[in-house]
Design a protein around this ligand. Structure first.
Ligand code: XIL
Length: 346
C-alpha cells in the first residue's frame, strides 16, 4: 500500500535510519529503495567516525562521507553526523605524542579542535545535526574514564560543543549515549547539559541510543527519561533504535560463554522467530512508538539503527554470529507487519 513511515510521521518528528557502506555506495539497491520511500532522516552508521575520517593525523578521508551527505541532499533528508568525539572507533594516533607518550592537554585540545572544525566546516549547512560527544557517562552517573577524560577532565565535553558551534552556528548539537534511562546517568547528563547552557554553550538535544531487548528497560523508566531530558530544556532524539529478539548475555559468567550449549542458548532462532516471540517483539515496538507519539512535542527524531535484519550489527553484538531480528524490514527486504501497525498508531 501507499502508506509509509515518512508520511505517517511527517508533522510529528523525523523518522530516520542509519546507512552503512552498502547503502552509501548504493550497491544494495533494495535497501536504498526502502530508505528513499520510508525515511526522512539519515545518519552514517560508520563512515563519519574519526578512525575513518582522519586515519592519520591531518590526512582526512572524505569520499564515503561525501557520498552519504550527497545522498541525503538529493533525497531531501535531515542529515545527521555521527560522531565527532567518541572513545571508540578512534584512530590510535589521537592521544599519542611523537615520543609515544600521552599527549598534553594543550595538544589534545588542538587535535579535537582541528578534527571537529575540519569535519563540521566541510558539511556546514548540509549536515543539520551532530552527535558532538558520544558515550561519555556511565550508568552510575560517573564519567567514563576515557583518554579524553583522563587528559582533559569533564571539560572535554563543553570544549567539543564549543568547537562544533563555532564551525557551524546553525547546526543542531547533541549529546548521545546508551542506557540513558539509568537514574544516575540521567542525573549527570542533565547536570552537564545545564552547566553548558548556563555558560552559553549551546546544546540542542540529548540522543537516547535505543539498543534495547524484549525485557529491559521498562517502558515506564524509559518514558520518565524522555520527560526528564525535555524538562532540562533540550529536545530528545531517539537514536540507534532496534529491538533485539534474542536472549541478553549480560550477566552470564565469562567461563561458560565459550561452550557449545551457551552459543546455542544465545542463538536460538536461526530459522525464524516462533510466533509467540514475534508477537512479543511486535508489541514491544508498538509500546515504544506509543510513547514517542505521546511525547511528540519533545522528540525531534526517531532513528532506526539500520534498514534490514540482514545488515544489523546485532547479529554480531554482543555475541558474534547470531541470527537476530531487530529491525523493521526482514532479510528479503520486505516490511514486517509491524510497520503497518506503527503507521496505524499515528
Ligand atoms: C556500531 C556499528 O553499528 C557497527 O557496524 C560497528 O562495527 C560498531 O559500531 N553505539 C554507537 C554506534 O554510537 O556508533 C555503534 O555502531 C553502536 C553503539
Amino acid at each position: 500500500s501507499g502508506a509509509t513511515l515518512k508520511n505517517a510521521f511527517k508533522n510529528k518528528f523525523y523518522i530516520g535510519t542509519a546507512m552503512n557502506l552498502p547503502q552509501v555506495h548504493e550497491t544494495d539497491e533494495k535497501s536504498v529503495g526502502i530508505i528513499k520511500n520510508q525515511f526522512s532522516s539519515i545518519v552514517a552508521e560508520n563512515c563519519m567516525k574519526s578512525m575513518f575520517l582522519q586515519p592519520e593525523e591531518g590526512k582526512f578521508f572524505f569520499d564515503d562521507a561525501d557520498k552519504f551527505v550527497a545522498f541525503g541532499e538529493k533525497n531531501k533528508m535531515f542529515i545527521i553526523g555521527h560522531t565527532l568525539i567518541w572513545h571508540s572507533q578512534l584512530p590510535n594516533w589521537f592521544f599519542v605524542d611523537k615520543d609515544g607518550k600521552d599527549v598534553s592537554a594543550e595538544i589534545l585540545k588542538q587535535r579535537m579542535k582541528n578534527h571537529i572544525t575540519t569535519v563540521v566546516t566541510r558539511y556546514k549547512g548540509r549536515v543539520k545535526g551532530w552527535d558532538v560527544v558520544n558515550e561519555a557517562i556511565m550508568e552510575d552517573g560517573s564519567y567514563r574514564k576515557s583518554k579524553f577524560y583522563e587528559i582533559l577532565g569533564e571539560e572535554f565535553i563543553p570544549l567539543a560543543f564549543q568547537y562544533a558551534q563555532e564551525a557551524d552556528p546553525n547546526a543542531e548539537l547533541y549529546y548521545n549515549d546508551y542506557n540513558e534511562w539509568y537514574p544516575g546517568k540521567v542525573q549527570t547528563v542533565i547536570k552537564m547539559v545545564k552547566n553548558m547552557k548556563s555558560r552559553g554553550i549551546r546544546v540542542d538535544g540529548v540522543g537516547m541510543q535505543t539498543h534495547v531487548g524484549l525485557d529491559t528497560p521498562s517502558i515506564n523508566e524509559y518514558e520518565k527519561a524522555i520527560v526528564d531530558y525535555a524538562s532540562a530544556g533540550v529536545k530528545v532524539n531517539i537514536t540507534e533504535m532496534e529491538i533485539s529478539a534474542l536472549p541478553s548475555p549480560w550477566g552470564t559468567s565469562a567461563n561458560i560463554s565459550d561452550t557449545v550449549e551457551y552459543q546455542a542458548k544465545m542463538n536460538p532462532y536461526t530459522k525464524g522467530l516462533p510466533e509467540n516471540v514475534k508477537a512479543e517483539w511486535e508489541n514491544r515496538y508498538l509500546d515504544f512508538f506509543r510513547i514517542f507519539l505521546k511525547h511528540q512535542d519533545k522528540i525531534r527524531r526517531v532513528t532506526l539503527w539500520g534498514v534490514t535484519d540482514a545488515q544489523s550489527w546485532k547479529n554480531d553484538f554482543p555475541v558474534k554470529g547470531r541470527t537476530d531480528y531487530p529491525l523493521l524490514f526482514d532479510r528479503n527486504d520486505q516490511a514486517k507487519p509491524v510497520v503497518k501497525k506503527i503507521i496505524q498508531l499515528t
